[in-house]
Ligand binder design. Structure first.
Ligand code: HEC
Ligand code: HEC
Length: 270
């Protein structure tokens, strides 16, 4: 028994910790590298430990404790952070950090407190579905988009104005991963759509819908908000039938008969 214990003991000592240590070393290295980058580029606004800096008019950065890796990947990956001018809406710019550096920054911020992690591609793509299931998901995504997003991002995600001079940007150019992360983290005035609120497969459906409208650009003419038969029917009723009714009135007002009654009434007046 002693031999057996010794054997398993040595085998364990030889293999297991080595692997475990390698994993956590990597993680620690990433966090340490991320912290270096953070101190140089972000601590000025977000504080030495990401605790946030409050000023009277709230111009510096908010606390990043618990915002998660997904928020960093979104904010730095879309070039919003590092913000160049506090007080304005973070502008979308070319990103300043490499993908590796973004990963390190994300690892550091994730180490500050638990938050949403960076989604993997099988969370935001519907490639595992068959063609028909995919079309169904796109329709569902469109309905979810109308219910949850178009109030700010407008029909077909073309973007819209927000109070205080801010804007909800157009979603046409945004990558799938960044759309998913925006929903998870709710940048600026956008709401957070947690996975309990919009389930991961519904988030993927919204992304598929946005991609589908990108793949089907308008073929000229008025898009009518892409709302389909409802807006097209309204258009036909108000402008089409309304126009016909107006034209009918015009004909009636200018016909020989109406002129005759006018001239006959003139005669009686005279
Ligand atoms: C000039 C000041 C400034 C700098 C520099 C800056 N930030 Fe920010 N950051 C802000 C402000 C202000 C906000 C809030 C933005 C908003 O609400 O639109 C913010 C928001 C964020 C958020 C979103 C937090 C949330 O609740 O989702 C993350 C993540 C973030 N910053 C990360 C970084 C990282 C990483 C860096 C360095 C690469 C950085 N920031 C540099 C000012 C700054
Ligand atoms: C209350 C208004 C509001 C709602 C509702 C809303 N958003 Fe947003 N969204 C915004 C604002 C404002 C921004 C810009 C944030 C910033 O620049 O910091 C934004 C940014 C985004 C971005 C980043 C775009 C880019 O190009 O970087 C994506 C993607 C996005 N929203 C998707 C969605 C989706 C999908 C929904 C529905 C599930 C949604 N939003 C609901 C206001 C909203």
């Amino acid at each position: 028994m002693l031999l057996g214990l010794l054997f398993t003991g040595t085998m364990y000592a030889a293999f297991a910790p080595a692997n475990a240590e390698k994993g956590s070393d990597n993680q620690d290295e990433q966090i340490a590298a991320g912290r270096e980058l953070f101190l140089v580029g972000c601590a000025f606004c977000h504080g030495q430990n990401g605790e946030g800096i409050n000023s009277q008019n709230g111009q510096y950065g908010p606390s990043l404790i618990g915002v998660g890796a997904a928020a960093v990947d979104f904010q730095v990956g879309t070039g919003r952070m590092p913000m160049s001018q506090p007080g304005q809406q973070a502008a979308v710019k070319d990103k300043l950090y490499s993908d590796e550096e973004i990963e390190q920054l994300a690892a550091y911020v994730a180490s500050l407190g638990p938050g949403p992690s960076i989604p993997t591609s099988d969370e935001y793509s519907l490639d595992h579905l068959t063609g028909e299931q995919k079309s169904e998901a796109i329709v569902r995504g469109g309905q979810l988009f109308l219910a949850n997003c178009s109030a700010c991002h407008n029909f077909e995600g073309s973007g819209g104005a927000m109070p205080w001079g801010k804007e909800a940007p157009s979603l046409r150019e945004t990558s799938d991963k960044h759309i998913y992360e925006a929903m998870l983290t709710g940048p600026s005035q956008m709401d957070v759509f947690s996975n309990g609120n919009i389930a991961p497969e519904d988030k993927a459906a919204i992304i598929a819908y946005l991609n589908a409208i990108e793949d089907n650009p308008g073929y000229g003419g008025f898009g009518l908000g892409g709302l389909g038969p409802v807006s097209e029917g309204m258009f036909a009723w108000i402008l089409g039938i309304g126009g016909l009714v107006g034209f009918a009135y015009w004909i009636a007002a200018h016909s020989a008969r109406s002129e005759k009654t006018e001239s006959s009434s003139e005669e009686t007046n005279a």
